[in-house]
Design a protein around this ligand. Structure first.
Ligand code: AMP
Ligand code: ZN
Length: 464
């Protein structure tokens, strides 16, 4: 299994720290609002990484945090006149609902920053004791210059950074020894949540959270650390500086970063205002479609959101689901059994799928292997294959879709409702003698694998 490691900028063979086990940490969302579909990309992708490891019989310890103390949360709380925790708890719950809809397995642990303050204070103290951090007027800064490997993840050079980033001197941080030093602990301000610490009441900086939660739940050295590519610098660079200085050990062996989900070729983000929430999308599509859309591109390639691509994902997913439905009907609970020929064919699709996933989680090619299987299965079904053979094909289809987190049992209700709506639309078009539109709808239904039959009682339909 090969993984592209941001740290070395090449694909490397995956070697776990402990045989048969994977420890992975993925930076989670800041919970001040509903998550947008850009945030959903790492969630969906890294859940698929986890599922593939599990398919390969690894035991995966998957930790992903909720950042529940942050300027944006405080701002939202002040706007509503409530405590920060009201905002963060609300959006953690909403985020979990979205995650369930997208087929994301619950993490082994979802730590919340506000519940880990003690550990953060301890790590900050260790960094001070070791000379990697210093306090000025209640603010604790990380001394970047002291950490020899600073810049190794992002490939940035400290001197270049410093000369290019004089502006990094944020108001209130004039006391830093060096413009690149970053905040580990900041003193409380009026109307903000705070915790007592040896440096006075205050709250932690963002980067220290992940170092502490990762170490607490996964140990000093982990296998995989993931997140979106915007986190490489400064967040992950700073996590490495904190964790490695504190423990004296490498922090993560493999650093994986997903590319952006774009809209009109710009990063989807709350600050640009060019976003759709997962909740918005759920009103127009089943969230399984969103998942399928995300996996249709390689995770290191930018992905541009568009209705056309979502429509393509929808019909692709339907093709798979329809095939599973037909296989299930034919199999009628028979035990899987396959002739040598069928077995060889199925092994071929499985190998193709695995080869794609083994090559840095190439989900796009893995999906192609699933489509090849679907095509083969449809041909077998049309050729009148037996029920045990249908069961064998179904078993493989369900397994591979399970790795992708794609549900082949998708509620026929919504699919049925859509078919019925299209049929009604076609009837209306026919009444208006709009034959072109009626034909267009029939073609669309055909592409969905739906066959129409005009009967005396009206139009009947079935799956091809
Ligand atoms: P945030 O809540 O902004 O800290 O983001 C949570 C996660 O979503 C991080 O891993 C980000 O890198 C990721 N993320 C945010 N926006 C996008 C986007 N447009 N495309 C891909 N990943 C994103
Ligand atoms: Zn993080």
């Amino acid at each position: 299994m090969r993984i592209f490691n941001t740290l070395t900028r090449r694909k490397e063979e995956f070697k776990p720290i402990e045989e048969g086990k994977v420890r992975m940490y993925v930076c989670g969302p800041t919970v001040y609002n509903l998550i947008h579909i850009g945030n959903a990309r790492p969630m969906i992708f890294f859940d698929t990484v986890r599922r593939y490891f599990e398919y390969k019989n690894y035991e995966v310890n998957y930790v992903s945090n909720f950042t529940d103390v942050d300027d944006k949360i405080i701002k939202a709380a002040n706007a509503e006149g409530v405590e920060s925790s009201v905002i963060s708890e609300r959006y953690i719950e909403e985020c979990k609902k979205d995650m369930e809809g997208m087929g994301i397995k619950p993490a082994t642990k979802n730590p919340k920053a506000t519940e880990e303050i003690d550990g953060m204070i301890r790590m900050i103290q260790t960094l001070i004791d070791k000379g990697f951090a210093y306090e000025v007027n209640g603010t604790v800064y990380y001394r970047v210059r002291k950490f020899v490997g600073y810049g190794k993840l992002s490939g940035k050079n400290l001197d270049d950074l410093r000369s290019g980033n004089r502006t990094l001197l944020v108001t209130g941080e004039e006391d830093k020894d060096d413009p690149m030093d970053f905040v580990l602990w900041k003193p409380k301000k009026e109307g903000e949540p705070f915790w007592p610490s040896p440096w006075g009441d205050g709250r932690p900086g963002w980067h220290i959270e992940c170092s502490v939660m990762s170490q607490k739940y996964l140990g000093e050295t982990i296998d995989i650390h993931g997140g979106g590519e915007d986190l490489v610098f400064p967040h992950h660079e700073n996590e490495i500086a904190q964790s490695e200085a504190a423990s004296g050990h490498p922090f993560a062996h493999y650093w994986m970063h997903n590319a952006f989900l774009n809209i009109d070729n710009r990063k989807m983000s709350k600050s640009l205002g060019n976003f759709f929430t997962v909740r918005d999308i759920s009103k127009r599509y089943d969230l399984q479609v969103l998942r399928f859309f995300m996996l249709s591109a390689h995770y290191r390639s930018p992905l541009n959101f568009s209705d056309e691509l979502m429509a393509a994902a929808k019909s692709g997913l339907e093709r798979i689901v329809n095939c599973a439905v037909a296989l299930r009907e034919r199999a009628a609970d028979a035990a899987p059994a396959a002739s040598d020929e069928l077995k060889a064919a199925l092994d071929g699709y499985r190998e193709k799928f695995e080869a794609a996933m083994d090559d840095d989680f190439n989900t796009a090619d893995a999906i192609s292997a699933v489509f090849e299987l679907v095509k083969y299965a449809n041909t077998c079904l049309a050729g009148g294959c037996g029920k045990d053979e249908a069961a064998a094909m179904l078993e493989l289809l369900e397994t591979l879709c399970g790795v992708l987190g794609v549900n082949t049992e998708v509620k026929n209700d919504s699919l049925d409702a859509e078919v019925e709506a299209l049929i009604e639309e076609r009837q209306a078009a026919r009444k208006e003698k709009n034959w072109a539109k009626a034909d267009e709808i029939r073609d669309k239904l055909t592409a969905m694998g739906i066959v129409l039959e005009d009967t005396r009682e009206g139009v009947k339909w079935k799956r091809a």
